[in-house]
Ligand binder design. Structure first.
Ligand SMILES: [Zn+2]
Length: 444
């Protein structure tokens, strides 16, 4: 952290030349080694002669990452995160936009609350997802049109699905008129049954209550049918099962407007982590007693079986999964370092998303342009933000060293929280520079 510099979107526009970096831009299929110039905050044909020259050899430059699912915990998070710390964590992870989720205390369910968070001046763009139902109580549709006018880019009762078919249909019908997506946390509460980890052999071995995969698929299939009926856009967030991705694949084949994201932890970690493994999804698990029942592995939806995780990776690789979204969920130690079934669900993800993606790429599960697209251009398209490194565009980019390694340590994290089971592990991928709206927001 000592050499890290953070900026914000009100800083002076940047001017520099990045020399000899690998330019990966999924917006036009670019993947080539060349110089990239930025002048007064815009991608330029060439920068002024006195512009700073940054040695880009061995580095990748890509469009800035866009996180569709971030918990900034404002209001009501008691400092587990703030807009300032969360946006710095984003910048350090290469993100230039985050979408703040509405399951705060109180929830973001009014135009004033949406406008307040959306107007934050921070180290990245902060977009806002409004609550789909009033008070996020799942009883009546929220004031969707007014929140859309205030800047909401979509609506969700994240933490829970919209509970009933009738209310979901009513919300989707309103959203079809607004052209904005329902961002659904797909979990049938009755089928989920209060489970604390994915149902299966590991849950049985540990004696923990299982949350069956069917609880997700049931809502995915309900919502796909209702979105087709109403003509609305549906975005399924943090999908965690092969069957859900298969349902999306079939809906897409029918031409329906369904998109989805998965988290880095559902791609790379598995339910064996709850049983003490610290091996990635493409490796054979190795159960170590000292890591079993670690509350930092509790997340909702729960970590997937190895087969599901590998299917999710295949879904990213073949494009069925549009985006990798972090579900960055900060919590203080007293809510995580407790018995597993009492731990608050969620782990932080903004600063490790790229690294976990690169680990999957090193293992041959993804290629680098596909990973970049899932972190940048494809999620940005879902919320209608431009992304691309074409000359004249506002500079919105990340420069990273894909092969440099770093150790995940609480003291190195910009987030105000450190709840991740990755602490102590060495991961590939170090962000060197993040530029959002033409301003340097992070440099190391
Ligand atoms: Zn959720």
């Amino acid at each position: 952290m000592s050499q890290a510099h953070f900026g914000r979107l009100t800083d002076a526009p940047a001017t520099f030349v990045l020399a000899g970096a690998r330019v990966i831009d999924p917006s036009d299929g670019t993947d080539t080694v060349r110089d990239l110039a930025v002048g007064e905050g815009r991608i330029a044909e060439e920068a002024p002669a006195d512009a700073e020259r940054i040695d880009g050899r061995g580095l990748v430059v890509a469009p800035g990452f866009c996180d569709l699912h971030t918990h900034l915990r404002v209001p009501g998070g008691n400092g587990s995160e703030t807009v300032e710390s969360g946006s710095r964590a984003a910048a350090r992870g290469g993100f230039t936009t985050v979408c703040a989720m509405p399951n705060t205390d109180p929830p973001l369910d009014s135009p004033a609350a949406v406008a307040e968070i959306a107007s934050s001046v921070a180290a990245c763009r902060v977009r806002v997802v409004g609550a789909a139902t009033r008070g996020r109580a799942g009883e009546a549709a929220g004031d969707l049109a007014a929140m859309a006018d205030a800047g909401a880019i979509g609506f969700s009762d994240d933490g829970a699905a919209v509970p009933t078919d009738g209310l979901t249909r009513e919300i989707l019908a309103s959203l079809a008129r607004l052209g904005l997506p329902l961002i659904e946390h797909a979990e049938d509460a009755a089928l989920g049954g209060g489970g604390v980890m994915r149902a299966g052999p590991n849950a049985t071995r540990l004696g923990l209550l299982g949350w069956p995969a069917e609880a997700e698929v049931a809502i995915v299939e309900r919502d796909i049918a209702l979105a087709a009926e109403t003509g609305a856009r549906l975005h399924l967030t943090h999908l965690s099962t092969a069957a859900s991705v298969e349902a999306v694949r079939r809906a897409r084949a029918r031409g329906e407007a369904v998109t989805c994201d998965v988290t880095p932890h559902h791609l790379v970690l598995t339910d064996a982590w709850v049983a003490g493994s610290r091996r990635f999804s493409w490796e054979e698990p190795e159960l170590r007693e000292e890591f079993a029942y670690d509350g930092r592995c509790r997340v909702n939806p729960p970590l997937a079986s190895r087969e599901d995780a590998l299917s999710l990776l295949a879904g990213v690789a073949d494009g069925t999964v549009d985006a990798i979204a972090t579900d960055h969920a900060p919590h203080p130690p007293e809510r995580k370092l407790v018995p597993f079934d009492e731990a608050a669900p969620g782990l932080i993800g903004l600063e490790t998303a790229l690294s976990l993606g690169l680990a999957a790429a090193e293992a041959g599960c993804l290629d680098l342009p596909t990973l970049v697209a899932a972190l940048s251009t494809r999620p940005a398209a879902i919320i209608g933000e431009p992304r691309g490194l074409q000359s004249g565009a506002s500079a919105n980019l990340v420069v990273f060293d894909p092969s440099a390694r770093w150790r995940v340590e609480a003291s190195a994290l910009a987030s105000a929280s450190a709840n991740t089971p990755l602490l102590g592990m060495e991961l590939p991928g170090v962000v060197r520079l993040t530029v959002a709206d033409g301003r340097v927001t992070y440099r190391s």
